[in-house]
Design a binder for this molecule. Structure first.
Ligand SMILES: Cc1cc2nc3c(=O)[nH]c(=O)nc-3n(C[C@H](O)[C@H](O)[C@H](O)COP(=O)(O)OP(=O)(O)OC[C@H]3O[C@@H](n4cnc5c(N)ncnc54)[C@H](O)[C@@H]3O)c2cc1C
Length: 432
């Protein structure tokens, strides 16, 4: 392998693998560098965390935000093509249901209007219709009642491991290469103007040089030695506690047809908040079926400020008793009849940006970033990767959302602008 590449993509996760595919298809000489998912028992380092190490991420086109709506819809339209080109199946159209509190009917109306304009078919269901359609589902006791927004088609969940696998296969098919290693340092060479990357892998350390670099290293980007000295992004990490409820064979038939679910509680503060996400029964690599639940806007989502806190939260895979109690009671509310065979925690990390959108842009000449999934980057990842590839190659921006919306914000600039950490970065925040 030559040690000079036109483009090196650092991070073989959801954004990096998508960008690498689009870059390779544009004819660029591409190397994507990223460690494989750790196996059980492997040591956990700050390079080894990937937010895609799971079997399901909710995907839908309906949204309450035009920017996310655009990246999500553009990606989703390509899912079936990615499947057929790669031969990897990852998209499960089980439908998506959003349970809204009736007291925020004006928001529901605005969402429906936007869906109509975008050609997204959504059914608005009353509580009794919800109970008839999904007999196993409990409806949250929102003040004033609840109503459902159901997308039956082109919505459900994707398997993020498999989507990454598909994108990397398509990268290789288009001439790109994948190196299973971690980048542990970066600097620009004086004279040549090339970026020099220090790379640690099974064969020891080596140096790789690149004309252009794309950093797509997810939640820990400020802490894993991939940004040049003095560059820190306004990117803040939070715990994402989940519980996995094992569904026994006797309950599977009745529950497996549930849709992917998000609930929206307008009382978006306090521990009693009922904003959540929940996945239907999904078969995990151990061969068992699990339903997964996670929190929306509760204060029990906590900020992780240091790399030690992040690595330890992820390595331990233990949620707090407060998180456990809350998520258990919420699962009992949403699926009252569920009698789990077992319950286990899953600890993940999400990252937030002050813009609330991913950063897709240059931070230095020849150095572009694509980071900041804000807890919902999976479903839009193919479009986010494509947009990043156009920035790397200096091509025209071809997206209805203005490029400035995705401009990276450095930590310094955020502090100058907000006088500290923006208030919204503390829980509660928006929904996935
Ligand atoms: C519990 C949970 C639930 C979620 N639910 C949803 C959902 O329902 N719908 C949705 O759309 N999104 C969801 N998301 C968000 C989504 O998974 C993320 O936004 C998405 O994975 C971000 O992609 P990324 O490429 O930025 O980061 P990642 O997918 O984390 O990939 C980053 C990669 O960079 C690699 N890396 C790091 N440092 C280095 C280095 N120095 N050198 C080389 N490689 C490096 C890592 O190993 C990793 O593979 C959820 C996230 C979590 C945690």
């Amino acid at each position: 392998m030559s040690d000079i590449f036109e483009v090196v993509v650092v991070g073989a996760g959801m954004f990096g693998s998508a960008a690498a595919k689009h870059l390779s298809r544009s004819g660029a000489d591409v190397l994507v560098i990223g460690p494989a998912e750790p196996r059980g028992g492997d040591p956990v380092s700050q390079y080894a965390f990937g937010a895609y190490f799971d079997e399901a991420r909710i995907t839908r086109r309906l949204g309450w935000d035009a920017v996310w709506g655009t990246t999500d819809a553009r990606s989703l339209e390509r899912f079936r093509d990615i499947e057929s080109e790669s031969g990897v199946r990852f998209f499960h159209e089980c439908g998506s249901l959003v349970l809204m509190a009736k007291s925020i009917g004006h928001k529901t109306v605005a969402i429906l209007r936007q869906c109509q304009a975008d050609g997204i078919v959504v059914e608005r269901l009353r509580e009794e219709e919800l109970r008839a359609e999904f007999p196993g589902l409990g409806v949250p006791p929102f003040p004033g009642g609840a109503e459902g927004l159901l997308e039956r088609e082109q919505a459900g969940y994707l398997n993020p491991r498999r989507l990454v696998q598909a994108q990397l296969a398509l990268t290789v098919a288009a001439g790109g290469r994948v190196l299973r290693a971690a980048v542990t340092g970066i600097r620009k060479e004086e004279g040549s103007g090339l970026w020099r990357l220090r790379v640690a892998g099974d064969g020891g350390d080596r140096q790789i040089r690149a004309e252009k670099v794309l950093i797509a290293t997810g939640a820990l980007t400020n802490h894993n030695n991939v940004l040049p000295a003095g560059c820190e992004l306004a990117l803040y990490a939070f715990t994402e506690p989940n519980l996995l409820f094992e569904v026994g064979d006797h309950q599977l038939d009745r529950l497996r047809h549930l849709p992917a679910l998000v609930t929206v509680d307008p009382e978006d503060t306090g521990d009693d908040n009922m904003s959540l996400y929940m996945l239907p029964p999904i078969r995990y690599p151990d061969g068992r079926w699990y339903m997964r639940i996670g929190p929306g806007m509760q204060p029990l989502v906590e900020e992780l400020r240091t790399v030690e806190e992040m690595v330890s939260w992820y390595a331990r895979q233990e949620i707090t008793s407060r998180q456990q109690a809350f998520l258990t009671s919420m699962m009992q509310m949403l699926v009252p009849e569920l009698k789990p065979e077992s319950v286990r925690p899953a600890c993940c990390i999400i990252e937030k940006t002050p813009s609330r959108y991913p950063y897709i842009g240059r931070v230095e000449d020849g150095l572009t970033v694509a980071v900041g999934g804000n807890g919902h980057g999976a479903r839009g990842s193919d479009e986010i990767g494509r947009l990043a590839s156009t920035v790397v190659l200096g091509e025209a921006w071809d997206c209805p959302v203005p490029q400035e919306v995705f401009a990276p914000i450095t930590a310094d600039a955020a502090i100058r602008r907000e006088g500290g950490r923006p208030e919204f970065l503390k829980p509660p925040f928006g929904l996935c």
